[in-house]
Design a protein around this ligand. Structure first.
Ligand SMILES: [Zn+2]
Length: 310
């Protein structure tokens, strides 16, 4: 009898562990901005030569803006002069082809979530493969490292000077890339100089791309709340001003709930949390010299450090 109870218990524990790892690996889709929605959901087309990735030459992987699925490798991108990012090959199984509503062209969508990507053309003789995936920039996000197949999560945190937030998050297992940038303001493509005037409304923020098989949003969020002071109002450490505010930019309701839950945990422990929780809007990458700042300059952060709070 005792053995039976024991094995029953271990079965329960195994089941619980199974559920836990499943929920860690599960990703919700990202909410879309209006401009993203016009293309991804309503199958619109962005104006030629206006997209972020038309002339982009970095090496890495292009992922679906809505679900984070890896779609194209930069090694398959070519400059086509058509005004949209062009690829002559996709990651196997990542892109679905259907006849367009016009009955002539072939529409391409994300095989995982159905996001509209653009169209595929054959026979133009632009590359040896003789295929051109003509993709809207707005349907894509970019990860500066070669990924395999699969889906990847996005998290955006602002907690003072982005160099420090990037420094700590980059070291986390499961984190694939961290990009420093600006978000939460009302000016398109702001420069660092503009953001520093305090008039654009942007916060310095870090955009994290992570592998949900190896980490999860809650882990990253908790770490974020422990590497900056979430109780400081109107700045971080010696950096004062709106651009250094503490803010979590959530990609979907699931992230919002996790953020609010953990802020409430800290509040119940007596922390007067000043961190705002806001729906993510467009994220603008910061200038190249801001990326990997501490790593490239061999310095350590002056205003961020780890303090256990959970
Ligand atoms: Zn997708």
């Amino acid at each position: 009898m005792k053995t039976k109870i024991l094995s029953y218990l271990s079965l329960l524990i195994l089941l619980a562990m199974g559920t836990e790892s499943f929920s860690q690996g599960k990703l919700s889709f990202n909410d879309l901005t209006r401009a993203e929605s016009a293309v991804i959901k309503n199958k619109g087309t962005e104006m030629p030569f206006t997209g972020k990735f038309v002339d982009y030459r970095e090496s890495g992987t292009y992922i679906c803006k809505q679900c984070g699925a890896a779609l194209y490798h930069s090694s398959d991108k070519f400059l086509s002069d058509c005004g949209w990012p062009s690829f002559d090959n996709e990651i196997p199984g990542a892109v679905k082809r259907t006849t367009d509503a016009d009955g002539l062209r072939t529409e391409i969508t994300c095989a995982t979530c159905g996001a509209h990507l653009g169209h595929v053309f054959e026979g133009e003789r632009l590359t040896a493969k003789n295929i051109r995936h003509c993709v809207n920039s707005v349907s894509l996000d970019f990860v500066p490292s070669q990924l395999g197949q699969g889906r990847y999560g996005t998290a955006i945190f602002a907690g003072g000077c982005f160099w420090g937030v990037e420094y700590f998050l980059q070291k986390q297992p499961g984190v694939i890339s961290v990009t420093s940038g600006y978000t939460g303001g009302h000016v398109k493509n702001p420069s660092y100089k503009q953001v520093c005037t305090g008039t654009t409304g942007h916060a310095e923020a870090a955009k994290v791309i992570y592998d949900p098989e190896k980490t999860n949003y809650e882990k990253l969020l908790k770490l974020f709340m422990e590497i900056h002071d979430p109780t400081q109002v109107g700045g971080q450490g010696p950096d004062l001003g709106d651009q250094y505010r503490s803010e979590i930019f959530y990609m979907n309701d699931e992230q919002k709930n996790i953020a609010e839950k953990n802020i409430n945990i800290l509040k119940s422990k007596g922390y007067k949390v000043a961190t705002a929780v806001t729906k993510a809007s467009e994220f603008f990458d910061a200038e190249g010299y801001h990326q990997d700042y501490y790593f490239n300059n061999g310095k350590v952060p002056y205003c961020h450090g780890y303090t256990k709070r959970f």
